[in-house]
Write a protein that binds this ligand. Structure first.
Ligand SMILES: [Ca+2]
Ligand SMILES: [Ca+2]
Length: 192
């Protein structure tokens, strides 16, 4: 992937991104310039990503969640985010279609990347999500979701599975589409 030869985004990546996202060529080129300024070597490490990500959650602990998000964005599993992974991630979390976002949510919950979600993976991500919630908000949570484990149990129950079962991607997406409450529980959106 010869994008290191010059300062410009490679034609191959540009075409691919135009096809897979709604971003215009101008936007992509501009972001690439910013990206190169921030990351001259063209890659974001997990630590750099965590530093950027946690700034969005000044009142809570976003470190664990950021690590999971990083893992889900690092699609080729090489421990860094390149420009393409970074832009696709940006696309998914901002303007992406619902099913695209849910595909991403599935990869977020599939911690060991084996294509299925287990109850312990749901617990792990719910624990990370829970840490994103600032203290004042935490106090206002409903009784049946005011701990990470309760949130995980509630979410798991929407899928109609036993504790030792696992959820495939299609079941996960369908389950979320069928339940607004489940959609709310797989993410944290700050109030205001
Ligand atoms: Ca990567
Ligand atoms: Ca898994």
């Amino acid at each position: 992937m010869g994008n290191s030869k010059s300062g410009a985004v490679s034609k191959e990546i540009l075409e691919d991104l135009k096809l897979n996202t709604k971003f215009s060529e101008t936007e992509i080129v501009q972001w690439y310039e910013n990206f190169k300024k921030q990351c001259p070597n063209g890659r974001i490490t997990k630590e750099e990503f965590q530093t950027i990500y946690t700034k969005f959650f000044p009142e809570s602990d976003a470190n664990t969640y950021a690590q999971h998000v990083f893992r889900s964005f690092d699609t080729n599993d090489d421990g860094t985010l390149d420009f393409k992974e970074y832009i696709i991630a940006l696309h998914m979390t901002s303007t992406g279609k619902t099913t695209r976002k849910l595909e991403w949510a599935f990869s977020l919950f599939d911690v060991d990347k084996n294509g299925y979600i287990t109850k312990s993976e749901v617990s792990e991500i719910c624990t990370a999500i829970f840490k994103l919630i600032p203290k004042e908000e935490m106090e206002k949570l409903p009784e049946d979701e005011n701990t990470a484990q309760k949130r995980a149990d509630k979410l798991w129950n929407y899928f109609d599975k036993g504790d030792n079962d696992r959820i495939a991607e299609g079941e996960f997406i369908q389950g979320i589409l069928d339940n607004d409450d489940a959609l709310r529980l797989i993410q944290y959106s700050p109030l205001k």
